[in-house]
Design a protein around this ligand. Sequence first.
Ligand code: PEP
Ligand code: MG
Length: 584
Amino acid sequence: MGARASLPLNGIPASPGIVVGAAHLLRWEVPEVPTRVIPDEAIPAELERLNAALRKAVERLQYVRERAERTAGAAESAIFDVQISVIQDEELAGRVRLMIGQGFTAERAFDTVMVESREHFARSANAMMRERVGDLTDVHIRVLSVLLGLPDYDPVDLPKGANAILITHDLTPSLTLQLDRECIAAIATDAGTRTSHVAILARSLGLPAVVGLLDATTRIETGDRVILDGTAGTLLVRPTTAELSQADARSRAEALQRAQLAKVAGAEAITADGVRLTLRANVDLPDEVGTAATSGADGVGLMRTEFLVVGRASMPTEDEQYESYSNVIRAFDGRPVVIRTFDVGGDKLPVGGYPHEPNPFLGWRAIRMCLDEPELFKTQLRALLRAAVHGDVRIMLPLVVSVDEVRQARFLLEESARELAARGIAHRADIPLGVMIETPAAVLTADALAAEVAFFSIGTNDLVQYTLAVDRGNASLASRFTPLHPAVLRLIRRTVRVGADHGLDVSVCGEMASEPIMAFALIGLGVRTLSVAPLSVPAVKQIIRGIHTSVAAEAVTRACDAGTPAAAEAVLRAALEQELSENP
Ligand code: PEP
Ligand code: MG
């Protein structure tokens, strides 16, 4: 507790839990560089300053790489080798030295050369070169922070058990890889919303998180004592003794509640009127598999495969992917595992960055990228077909807007199976293929899609974004991101009906399924399969066991007809509260 008054900051609850700890500020954006020229006699010293900074940056990267190799594996840590080779590139350093020779400071010269290189790489027709833009950006930030002496610009290693609360603008994939999870107790970001990747990642890691704080990085200093409440979405900076003891009491109450909920984990997901639901877990990262497998879930409803490509130096090989998928499939021991093909682009950036797109969420992402890069896609499909011999695997395509995409994907899937057969490699060819329903286009043509696929899974994070035209990752729009908007509810209702007409299973794997009131609405709309973060399985199971499908159906019919999201929410909340008071 310092001399300054405590400062409450409100953000968006992204991952539950209350943590008291010391703030650790991390900046990861290209810093401002002052323009300054130097006299001729200062040039040799400036050149030496550049060399020293480059050496220091390389040493740091070697250290980070070794640590990433220990925690995440050799493939993941290779990204840092690429960054080291950028710094050691003689042509690039030569251009910087030339500018210093003309009287520019080392930081001004380095900044100019890096801006030019990033633009050049981003415009390249060669995909491999475009993939390097993210690495160039990381190098740009790292070297400038050394030259300018900015201590907050390094994801430094914290002492073990530091219990630090990481405060940063946004958590990029390469930053995530550098973090020492043993020292970080919670995450707070200026950017982000409940459905942005940082929030999903924090939930996967079981780290309490508050996102969408807008300007926390300008209001907190490293070392400030902070209470982060990921359940309420608040950050209290420099709390008083009374506030600390309140937080302690809340944290103990939450732990108790979690322990009680854990007892529900093994119970059946059956409603109070006897309808058996299927409750599956979402798996985003390999280290989550154990938690997911023992969470009481009926299999995996969504395995995101982006971790295999995000923040990596090169695309994963077929064998490497086969191992990853097989691990999950084996852990679920015969229970269904729905694996989604690469959904990169948007807020999930692949291998070393991406060409800048003016509208990434409407851009070259997910199934679009996979169909345009058939070799990349087929490598994944072959790995999936091979891994499928170990259990009940289903393949799911993201961001589908048209039947053509499904047909092309199926063609590539069949071709992949033929290739494996020709090579005599064990695989399963008859793997069910489903689509994610994430766009109004998919909902409105669901009947045509139904004729082509084995199941639907509604991705409400994107469906809400594309229906309401609200960027899911924009913290300033978070209050307008309303999954209970009647338009969204009606689209889900329509999808469920089309699914029923065609005898298809329709699940929901977006974040909506994890929110009690929204899960209630989904069950009312006729959804019988939900897939949620592993840590949310017990809480959602408890809701399921406390409600009647008939009551939920009646409430959601009224919600669909409510004029506004707030009115829809009020109807549902009243009905759910009534249900839970009668069936505690
Ligand atoms: C969704 O859009 O709801 C979804 C589950 O996919 P992601 O969050 O990975 O885009
Ligand atoms: Mg999605």
